[in-house]
Ligand binder design. Structure first.
Ligand code: NAD
Length: 490
């Protein structure tokens, strides 16, 4: 339970667009309704930006850019640090707001505030540490100078599943690098971004450096921004099909791009695994965020000799999970984001069952109100089931078995995605072999959650391009200049 009053919190969130340092209604008066997925009720009605607003936001980001880029890195760092401190003061408000608009249990929302806040702290620390280099060329005839410069105004597009962390993971490195941004949160969960923009304003971010467009006219608004010749960078987190279409669109302007796309994570359990650790890891990797994470384990690939024991233990754990509104005490399974997500999850389960999978628990829809689907465990899932090829994005744990290490690798790599993989084994050599053979940008060895602001988050293959977090994260927003000068001694 939260001690914060829901109605008062919702009333304190802005309902306008944030453009050039001021809050203003949408040109043309468009609005969008934000709903609580646990009840279907409207939480708040806010402005829905038009193409004209998109142009104004780009004007603001472009005119604020030279001043922000020239602001000393130390000053940018201190503003970000203030934002981090304010976030700590308001962590309960942010947590409740995310639970209300997205549905995740309050304890998980608090976890996201901590995780999302770390990007603000990390990039406040990184901002003043961007280094170039100086040295002789191999011929000895000159001196080479390498420097890094902010790329310019950026367009940031974020998904609904981590409303705060996906915003801070982009805004913080962009601001640290000296870039200005226009951010468009998902229409399903825009309130957290608006509330975070209020915080940034208070922390001292100058007018025009951060602009927020909430909209239901996603396509036209995005087109107006992406086709603007002043835009230099597009950073997107969302599904692979939308990412692919945006990449094609970004090609026309030869924009720098960062793409954090979908996943289909394998979770491999060997016969020499510590099953206590594997079960703990599986619960986190599968059921965190009600299964709606790009890093969610999608395919449980378990050695045949331990599959029954592993599945039984998981089923026992799932049997005591409580489903309900995320604000209620003890709830661990909140609603899915909407009814479309429920229908998709159920169709994936029914497809697997039709092919011979066995339901151990859950596996059927529940009555509303709210978009709920129960935590589900499926055993003996055939490898040609749709839920092994597509992102499930729901609380469904699907198990298949293997006999040899080579077979485990083959199954794990049998996907066009390559975001993250999880391996459980007590053999260090086997763990190292597996990590080297799995074609993913990130791996967890005997752990079920890998995300960390200090680490380079990102995927291989169709899971994306570029990295967020770590030392790499700021370079997504910097461009390199090389200068040659003569040898001063020649
Ligand atoms: P989505 O692709 O439907 O939407 C993501 C964002 O893109 C939203 O803001 C949406 O409004 C916007 N969008 C949709 N169509 C657009 C268009 N034509 N032009 C411009 N913007 C457009 O994804 P989603 O359902 O919100 O999020 C779930 C997906 O995000 C999953 O595939 C998940 O794996 C992925 N995801 C990836 C990561 C990662 O870091 N790799 C993190 C979180 C989520």
């Amino acid at each position: 339970m939260s001690t914060i009053d829901e109605a008062a919190l919702l009333a304190s969130v802005q309902d306008d667009l944030f453009i050039d340092g001021s809050w203003r209604p949408a040109t043309g008066g468009g609005t969008l309704e934000v709903r609580d997925p646990a009840t279907g009720q409207v939480l708040k009605t806010i402005a829905s930006a038009s193409v004209e607003d998109a142009r104004s936001a780009m004007d603001a980001a472009a005119s604020a850019f030279p001043g922000w880029a020239a602001t000393p890195a130390r000053t940018r760092a201190e503003i970000l640090r203030r934002a981090f401190d304010l976030l700590q003061e308001r962590k309960e408000q942010f947590a409740l707001l995310m639970t209300l608009e997205m549905g995740k249990p309050l304890a998980e929302a608090r976890g996201e505030v901590a995780y999302g806040g770390e990007f603000v702290r990390w990039f406040s620390e990184v901002a003043a540490h961007v280094q170039g280099r100086y040295g002789a060329n191999p011929e000895g005839s000159g001196r080479m100078i390498v420097t890094h410069h902010p790329v310019g105004p950026c367009y940031l597009i974020t998904p609904w599943n981590f409303p705060l962390a996906m915003a801070t993971r982009k805004i913080a490195p962009a601001l640290a690098a000296g870039c200005t941004v226009v951010i468009k949160p998902a229409a399903l969960t825009p309130l957290t971004t608006l509330y975070f923009a209020q915080l940034l304003e208070e922390a001292g971010v100058p007018a025009g450096v951060v602009n927020v467009l909430t909209t239901i006219e996603t396509g036209p608004v995005s087109e107006a921004i992406i086709s603007d010749p002043r835009l230099r960078k597009l950073s997107f987190t969302g599904s692979t099909p939308v990412g692919v279409s945006l990449l094609k669109r970004a090609a026309d302007g030869v924009l720098r791009t960062s793409m954090e796309l979908g996943g289909n994570a394998p979770f491999v359990v060997f016969d020499d695994a510590d099953l206590d650790k594997a079960v703990e890891g599986a619960m986190a990797a599968k059921f965190r965020n009600i299964g709606q994470a790009c890093t969610a384990a999608n395919r449980f690939i378990v050695h045949a000799s331990v599959a029954e024991e592993f599945t039984r233990r998981i089923t026992d754990r799932v049997s005591v999970m409580k489903m309900g509104r995320g604000t209620e005490d003890g709830v661990t399974v909140g609603p899915l984001i909407d009814d479309t997500a429920v229908a998709k999850t159920d169709s994936l389960v029914q497809d697997a069952v039709g092919r011979g999978a066995a339901i151990r628990i859950g596996g059927s829809r529940v009555d509303g109100p709210g978009s709920f689907y129960p935590a589900t465990v499926l055993a003996d899932v055939p490898r040609d089931s749709s839920l092994f090829r597509e992102e499930i994005f729901g609380p469904v744990l699907a198990v298949t078995t293997f006999e040899t290490e080579d077979e485990a690798v083959a199954i794990a790599n049998e996907t066009e995605y390559g975001l993250v993989s999880y391996v459980f084994t007590e053999s260090l050599a086997r763990g190292q072999r597996m990590i080297e053979r799995l074609e993913t940008g990130m791996s967890g060895l005997n752990v079920g959650v890998v995300s960390n602001a200090a680490a380079p988050f990102g995927g291989w293959r169709q899971s994306g391009l570029g990295r967020e977090g770590g030392d790499e994260g700021i370079h997504e927003y910097l461009q390199t200049k090389y200068t040659l000068t003569p040898n001063p001694f020649a």
